[in-house]
Design a protein around this ligand. Structure first.
Ligand code: GAP
Length: 427
């Protein structure tokens, strides 16, 4: 299994993920996605949207604002209950999550004297912002989950679309939590992205449990369809005392990360909690009934998925690092190069092929160093195919395509290249 320092080093070196504002020393819990990271993350989000919205008739999308009327957070229970327990070291005043035994143990080792801790206090994770020009400014919050934007738009969506229960609202966007101890690279950040579905059903135990099971399976299947190793994925049910304040029941999808099994998506039965708290209901015209719908939620972390997909794809062989990303996720699908960078005929032909392919597929040009070094560089960023233009190309209009995972090479006609790649990406 990849070690975390191998992942962080690759992420930085090849432009996937950088510490935020690094030239000023960075800021704990904040990260920037570089040229390749943004492509990988966008591919994950695009595929999620495709499977959750475009391929379904019962789900519509939403993009709600990050800052909302603070009353939203009072009604949703977050100002009161969105908390973690915190303890403070009485020697140096560092604060740590009271349930983070590993962190507490590490900290105790850093002191020669015996460490005394304060009693656990609750710490609210909502990030405050102050708005307006006149004092006192309005205290609002950066959203702690993207979810509430969906509930407060429930009526707008019912009134403006033809959706009727059961149906879902999908959303992708940033959320913010003032985490006590951010860590494990991007795993626990203070700013992160979520991709969520809120699926509304009638208030019925049987139907809601079937919907819960249905979405659990769908979500696991989706991660497997992205090439993640099934053996490293599992469900874990929350014990009653670890459930969020809104959840009737909850199960996590976990990945076996280098730092242990870790949650990266939650399937939550939110019951009538949210719509009830916002005093929203649904009129079933056919049945002549009005009720508060129940909600089954799938809440995935874009950053955690990106991190676990990187870890899962990381392979090293002798002196070669290969990122075995599914072609659907790879930042570049193909790299095109001339066999020799100092032969104008080869360069011109290769450039023509590159420019043509680039209009259809994420393609990159590479003419640095020798061919071996180019393969090595492309393997490391997960490019599934390298296309080499050689002297034969000038005669037969065909190129050599080399496969990242098998290193096998195949001769393909230039005119068939796009179709060749599209078929492989689909397959
Ligand atoms: N709307 C429900 C909700 O927000 P959650 O279990 O608190 O549920 C859902 O969060 C997902 O959001 C998590 O499974 C994780 O992938 C992501 N997430 C939560 N906190 C995070 C953090 N501090 N850093 C990165 N991702 C986080």
């Amino acid at each position: 299994m990849a070690k975390m320092d191998e992942i962080t080093s690759l992420a930085k070196r090849r432009g996937f993920i950088f510490p935020s504002s690094e030239i000023y020393g960075g800021l704990k819990g904040f990260w920037d996605y570089g040229p390749l990271g943004v492509e990988l993350k966008n591919n994950i989000k695009r595929l999620w949207w495709k499977s959750m919205v475009y391929e379904r008739d019962d789900v519509v999308g939403l993009d709600a604002s990050i800052i909302m009327n603070p009353k939203v957070w009072e009604a949703s229970g977050h100002t009161e209950a969105f908390t973690d327990p915190l303890v403070e070291c009485k020697v140096c005043h560092i604060r740590i999550r009271a349930d983070n035994n590993q962190e507490i143990e590490n900290h105790e080792k850093s002191h020669k004297a015996t460490v005394e801790w304060t009693k656990p206090k609750t710490f609210n994770l909502l990030t405050e912002v102050y708005l307006g020009t006149t004092e006192p400014k309005l205290k609002a919050y950066l959203r702690g989950e993207i979810t509430q934007g969906v509930f407060v738009n429930f009526k707008n969506i019912l009134d403006s679309s033809r959706q009727r229960i059961p149906f879902g609202i999908a959303q992708i966007g940033k959320a913010f939590r003032n985490e006590i101890t951010p860590g494990n690279f991007t795993y626990r950040s203070r700013e992160f992205e979520q991709m969520e579905l809120e699926y509304f059903v009638a208030p019925d135990e049987k139907e809601s449990l079937e919907t819960f099971e249905y979405w659990k399976e769908q979500r696991l299947k989706w991660y497997v369809s992205l090439g993640m190793d099934k053996k490293k994925l599992r469900f874990r049910e929350h014990a009653p005392d670890e459930r969020a304040h809104y959840a009737k029941s909850a199960e996590d999808i976990e990945y076996e990360a280098p730092f242990g099994w870790s949650e990266f998506e939650g399937i939550h039965h939110r019951g009538e909690w949210d719509l009830g708290r916002h005093k929203l209901s649904y009129k079933d015209e056919e049945a002549g009934k009005e009720y508060t719908p129940w909600v089954i939620e799938t809440s995935g972390g874009v950053d955690r998925s990106t991190l676990f997909i990187l870890i899962d794809a990381y392979h090293s062989e002798k002196d070669r690092v290969i990122l075995k990303l599914h072609p659907k996720l790879a930042p570049y699908k193909a790299a095109v190069f001339p066999l020799l960078a100092n032969k104008p005929d080869l360069v011109t032909k290769a450039k023509t092929i590159y420019l043509r392919l680039k209009l259809r597929l994420a393609t990159v040009w590479d003419d640095r160093g020798n061919i071996g070094k180019r393969y090595f560089a492309q393997d490391e960023i997960g490019t599934p195919w390298c296309v080499t233009v050689d002297f034969d190309t000038l005669k037969d209009d065909a190129v050599t395509v080399r496969d990242r995972d098998t290193t096998k090479q195949e001769r393909v006609a230039v005119d068939n290249l796009e179709e060749y790649f599209q078929n492989k990406i689909k397959g």
